[in-house]
Design a protein around this ligand. Structure first.
Ligand code: CA
Length: 274
């Protein structure tokens, strides 16, 4: 009897294992049991379709990208070339521009309550501007490098080139929390430009064509987006740098991406697996 029971148990586990492997192979997303908090993790690999292609300034070393009120806002970097811009989507025309002082390397931008917040790379200084006139309203300090920034409506969310995201109070700019970002392989470093989209933090990973989708409550990566192949051979005939820049139009559910010195800005839709 005991032997029969043992055979039954072994057979049951073998069957469960086979079902698990079969599910992974067929649906790509694999529920992985045994994580520390016991919550299954679903990692999906998304691809994309190009919905629209728009011109983008080849001289813009894109570090921050936001869409609001039917126009793009863009922050650019490099010493001596850093700017804040308002840009017409359809033409790529610069409608308004503010140049940063030569000692600042501009980084990510976000818009919070009619104010534009712009980070700098290694100066530990952030700038706050009036959204309409680009007048400088305020400066604030932070202790890390400044890379990307977005917000969830209540908190600013900032990247610093590591796997750590920082939550800042949008009024005082004090740090009020941190988030360690990880997937099944461990910490996800080099998180760069950010965008908060429908309850997730999207971050492009520096020097890759990948965007990661992060659960804000846990830091867990819930999806990877592969954006390889956006630029054509002709686009690459002149120097371009890496993918950088995610913007989202919540009113029309449009997603935009571009890169540093890229000649094009793309509206894309994500294609989910299976
Ligand atoms: Ca953004």
């Amino acid at each position: 009897m005991n032997r029969l029971f043992s055979i039954f148990i072994v057979g049951l586990f073998a069957l469960l294992g086979a079902v698990f492997v079969f599910s992974c192979l067929n649906f790509i997303g694999c529920a992985v049991p045994g994580n520390s908090d016991g919550i299954p993790v679903y990692i999906y690999n998304y691809t994309y379709n190009i919905v629209n292609t728009y011109p983008h300034d080849r001289n813009a070393f894109t570090e921050g990208l936001v869409f609001e009120d039917d126009v793009l806002y863009e922050g650019t970097g490099r010493f001596g070339q850093s700017t804040l811009r308002r840009v017409e989507l359809e033409t790529g025309d610069i409608l308004q521009i503010r140049e940063l002082s030569d000692q600042f390397f501009g980084e990510g931008i976000t818009i919070y309550e009619n104010k534009i917040i712009q980070l700098t790379w290694r100066s530990n200084i952030g700038f706050v501007y009036d959204k309409n006139g680009f007048e400088l309203l305020q400066e604030f300090n932070y202790s890390t490098e400044g890379w990307g920034i977005t917000h969830d409506g209540e908190r600013l969310i900032m990247s610093d080139g590591t796997s750590t995201l920082h939550f800042l109070d949008p009024q005082t700019f004090e740090e009020i929390g941190q988030l360690e970002v990880f997937d099944n392989d461990g910490p996800v470093t080099r998180l760069n430009e950010l965008e908060y989209i429908q309850g997730e933090i999207y971050a492009n990973v520096w020097q890759t064509d990948r965007v990661t989708r992060i659960a804000p409550g846990t830091g867990r990566v819930v999806g990877w987006v592969d954006l390889a192949g956006l630029l054509t051979a002709e686009d690459l005939s002149e120097p371009v740098d890496v993918l950088n820049g995610i913007a989202y139009d919540a009113n029309t559910d449009r997603l935009f991406v571009t890169g540093k010195w890229w000649p094009k800005l793309f509206e894309i839709e994500l294609v989910s697996p299976g």
